[in-house]
Design a protein around this ligand. Structure first.
Ligand SMILES: Nc1ncnc2c1ncn2[C@@H]1O[C@H](COP(=O)(O)OP(=O)(O)OP(=O)(O)O)[C@@H](O)[C@H]1O
Ligand SMILES: [Mg+2]
Length: 217
């Protein structure tokens, strides 16, 4: 695929969405190539419908493997409709969460098995993985504290997990980073938001100097 595919990952509340929100306006101004921002689960009509099933608080009976399959199904649809066409058109695609989220949350968090979920997702993406993944890392309590406020009035099915679950998620992300050091860069997300954004910018410049140097001057 000719385009560039970058993903933001990390435990709940570590700042993925905030970092993207800060980065993308700067890029959009300067970039010669169109930039596409998307998110998972969802990102296309059918995938958003699957997201709705996944997040529905009434779906208390959902089996862990069903959940893993639905995430992979939503991802396939998102790839086919959104990500693959954009990359084929040489665009820069930023996705808020991707395959690593499934490995960490379903594979390790829900103990479906990290390798099984990874393999399932390679089927969903036809083997396509991001060119670069920015993993926002920090103690899970930090992220959970940051989102406590908006979780009080906006709870979904996936928000009802234990601290141990979130610890398994974080540990799994760090295992992925150790296993795929070329693709995944760990960013200390306990810093101030502007420092986290700067750290992400530095990584983007380092990995794609010709694309991002101008944008982040
Ligand atoms: N580095 C930071 N320092 C302090 N607060 C932060 C930082 N980054 C983000 N926040 C705040 O923490 C909250 C969660 O941030 P955000 O929604 O970006 O996280 P997220 O990783 O996208 O979470 P989720 O996994 O729920 O999607 C927001 O209220 C945001 O303003
Ligand atoms: Mg978010």
């Amino acid at each position: 695929m000719p385009g560039i595919f970058i993903t933001l990952e990390g435990p709940d509340g570590m700042g993925k969405t905030s970092v993207l929100k800060a980065l993308l306006p700067k890029l959009t101004h300067i970039s010669q190539r169109p930039i596409l921002e998307t998110r998972e689960p969802g990102g296309s009509k059918i995938a958003e419908e699957i997201r709705h099933i996944l997040l529905d608080v009434n779906n208390t009976q959902m089996d862990d493997r069903t959940e893993a399959l639905l995430f992979a199904a939503a991802r396939r649809q998102h790839m086919a409709e959104v990500v693959e066409p954009a990359l084929a058109a040489d665009q820069i695609v930023f996705s808020d969460r991707f395959v690593d989220s499934s490995v960490a949350y379903q594979g390790a968090g829900h103990e479906v098995g990290e390798q099984a979920v990874y393999n399932l997702n390679l089927f969903a993406t036809k083997g396509l993985l991001p060119d670069l993944t920015l993993l926002l890392d920090g103690p899970v309590e930090v992220g959970l504290q940051r989102i406590q406020k908006y979780r009080q009035n906006q709870n979904d099915r996936l928000d009802q997990e234990t601290l141990a679950f979130h610890e398994r998620v974080r540990a799994s992300y760090l295992r992925l980073a150790a296993k795929y050091p070329q693709r995944i860069v760990v960013i200390d997300a306990t810093q101030t938001l502007s420092d986290v954004v700067s750290a992400c910018q530095s990584q983007l410049i380092q990995h794609f100097p010709e694309l991002f140097k101008e944008a982040f001057k």
